[in-house]
Design a protein around this ligand. Structure first.
Ligand code: IPE
Ligand code: IPE
Ligand code: MG
Length: 262
């Protein structure tokens, strides 16, 4: 896709073809990623943390391009958690400014590449300028049919579940819903991710073995993949390894055999 700037490392680069050892029919439909380790990447090099965050943006653009080229329909990236407000204010401000600048500088390229942007999290608590950029990006790309790119900003899984409970409680209080009607499908419809599939692969970088409040409901049956690489170093080879590992998993969903064996 020579016309893109957002997804290609340089203008001459060709579309990345699916590696031969991956089965196109068994790719995940939805990849979620906890992009961790920007600060450590920078510290290791004696650089300030913001440099790590900026390099992390490059890794995310590349990942988006592999999803597009390899036919993965949905990518969800954890950009800022409800807990990240507790970082030093300088870092919080830097990150929020970075998001706003990126939404402005990358929107044309994202749109040209048919990417549909969707934001998950408590957006009303974000600075108003960022809220406006988010709404502009969402509206501009809403009819695109390529990769659906969910960006989690001011996102917390617990807050999302509480919000769903409150919405259901209101419907019950108003007599529009009976408690007996609340099932998993009904509950999932109250989440930020209501109109998409759950992730089937969750990747975390920088070696931490935790969810950090990400998509707590949605990852119930996701395959988990953790790499020691810091996020800015998460490249094509890393993503390839994650997908190979995913295709080697036996997804049983509580049954005795995977559906592939039956
Ligand atoms: C992930 O990198 C980016 C965000 C949480 C916004 P970190 O900033 O958490 O990097 P480390 O974990 O300190 O290395
Ligand atoms: C998770 O990373 C949040 C994002 C990637 C946005 P953190 O660095 O905030 O998570 P912890 O502190 O290691 O749990
Ligand atoms: Mg971290």
């Amino acid at each position: 896709m020579a016309k893109s700037t957002v997804c290609d490392r340089d203008a001459t680069q060709l579309v990345s073809t699916l590696p031969d050892d991956l089965d196109r029919q068994r790719l995940p439909h939805h990849v979620a990623v906890i992009m961790d380790g920007n600060g450590r990447w920078a510290r290791q090099r004696g650089l300030p943390r913001p440099v790590g965050h900026r390099r992390g943006v490059g890794a995310l653009k590349d990942l988006l391009s592999y999803c597009r080229d390899w036919g993965i329909g949905t990518l969800t990236a954890y950009a800022f958690s409800t807990e990240n407000w507790h970082r030093p204010s300088q870092e919080v401000e830097f990150l929020l400014c970075l998001f706003e600048r990126l939404l402005q500088s990358e929107l044309d390229a994202l749109d040209e590449n048919d990417i549909r942007l969707h934001f998950i999290g408590e957006l009303s608590e974000l600075p108003s300028g960022l809220q406006r950029s988010i709404e502009r990006a969402r509206a501009r790309t809403q009819t695109n049919e390529g990769v659906r790119f969910n960006v989690a900003v001011n996102y917390g899984g617990r807050a999302e579940i509480l919000r769903a409970c409150r919405r259901l409680a209101c419907q019950v209080a108003e007599g529009r819903l009976s408690p007996d009607e609340i099932d998993t499908a009904q509950f999932a419809r109250q989440l930020y991710t209501a109109d998409g599939p759950d992730p089937d692969l969750l990747i975390r970088t920088s070696g931490e073995l935790r969810l950090s409040n990400f998509l707590l409901w949605q990852v119930a049956y996701a395959e988990l993949y953790v790499t020691d690489a810091f996020w800015p170093d998460f490249d094509r080879a890393e993503f390839h390894r994650a997908l190979v590992a995913f295709q080697q998993r036996d997804r049983r969903f509580g049954q005795l055999k995977s559906s592939r064996d039956t």
